[in-house]
Design a protein around this ligand. Structure first.
Ligand SMILES: Nc1ncnc2c1ncn2[C@@H]1O[C@H](COP(=O)(O)OP(=O)(O)OP(=O)(O)O)[C@@H](O)[C@H]1O
Ligand SMILES: [Mg+2]
Length: 119
């Protein structure tokens, strides 16, 4: 099991969600975050000009998946979140030790959110 953590542009969120839905990824968490990706900002002060780390609004997705879902999940994000300009974001893939579904007590693979039937 893996946790796919993706930092993306907020304006790409709906495209990414659509792509994830098409890839049959169902369980995920979204947070609004601020991040720094290397870009700096010049700031005028009374002593002259200094450079400070620029922070920009991003969206973070946390997606817990079983191993065979890692590749389709990452591919969906890569293609839907890319503009080609600096600041498109990052994807981290982390190992996950345990997953529990609270309602049933199911663990691990059985506790990863299943593909929901289309209603
Ligand atoms: N090494 C990192 N660790 C944690 N978060 C990061 C890291 N690099 C980037 N981020 C997050 O991703 C956001 C977007 O980063 P960004 O797209 O600028 O990455 P980059 O590697 O500099 O790519 P680019 O060359 O396209 O700018 C940042 O605002 C930050 O939230
Ligand atoms: Mg950058």
């Amino acid at each position: 099991m893996r946790l796919v953590v993706a930092i993306i542009r907020p304006e790409k969120l709906s495209e990414v969600l659509e792509a994830l839905f098409r890839a049959e990824v169902r369980g995920l968490t979204i947070s609004r975050v601020q991040g720094h990706g290397g870009e700096t900002e010049r700031v005028e002060t009374y002593r002259g000009t200094t450079v400070k780390m620029e922070l920009s609004d991003k969206v973070r997705l946390d997606i817990g998946v079983s191993d065979h879902f890692v590749e389709p999940t990452v591919r969906a994000i890569l293609s839907a979140a890319r503009t080609g300009s600096v600041g498109d974001g990052k994807i981290f893939v982390l190992p996950v030790e345990k997953i529990y579904r609270i309602r049933t007590g199911e663990e691990d693979e059985a506790a990863v959110t299943p593909v929901a039937p289309v209603t």
